[in-house]
Design a protein. Structure first.
Length: 93
């Protein structure tokens, strides 16, 4: 399993190869699961997430997007308190 940071360090050819390999593995796991031969069903989830990570990094490269960063809180606490007071006044009326 690779993290997004590790995937970003790979060359485009390595990333494409990883995507193709992961798709094949996922297909095999689905067949094994359908036939009842798969003991570790969590492997499906891991493979699906690995594929999603690789596809996300590939899309970021094609779009030229910067690396994703965690989002800041949308609303500061002061504004939240004002909204609560306004709502309370409307309810009292």
């Amino acid at each position: 399993m690779s993290t997004a940071t590790e995937l970003r360090e790979k060359t485009p050819q390595e990333l494409d190869q990883l995507i193709a390999d992961t798709r094949r593995v996922l297909l095999d796991l689905r067949f094994q699961n359908a036939s009842g031969e798969l003991d570790d069903t969590a492997a499906l989830r891991r493979a699906r997430r690995e594929l999603a990570r690789a596809l996300t990094v590939a899309r970021e490269r094609r779009a030229g997007e910067p690396v994703a960063t965690p989002a800041a809180p949308a609303e500061p606490e002061a504004e939240a308190a004002e909204t609560t007071e306004e709502t309370t006044e409307e309810i009292d009326e």
